[in-house]
Design a protein around this ligand. Structure first.
Ligand SMILES: [Zn+2]
Length: 83
């Protein structure tokens, strides 16, 4: 026991960031959401104004269009699950 509190395996591929800050294009409200790693999220209802966000053309999910961080598949491979 050496007392290491935060040891992480030295992987070649960095772990994808799962928290993305979604900004509503209608009202500008931003909220940090956790992204699913196994599926793309196509719809997101703004918690402030209720606007239903959809991916822009060419984007695979709402996080790619409106989030501060691209979705996990894009982080890992540079493209979305449907790209
Ligand atoms: Zn909104």
């Amino acid at each position: 026991m050496s007392g290491d509190a935060t040891t992480s395996p030295a992987a070649a591929v960095p772990a994808p960031q799962l928290q993305s800050r979604l900004t509503c294009p209608a009202c500008g409200h931003a909220r940090t959401e956790t992204m699913p790693t196994d599926a793309c999220q196509w719809f997101y209802a703004c918690t402030h104004c209720g606007e239903l966000l959809r991916p822009k053309p060419g984007d695979c999910c709402v996080f790619c269009s409106y989030g501060s961080v691209a979705c996990p598949p894009v982080q890992a491979e540079g493209r979305g699950c449907c790209g």
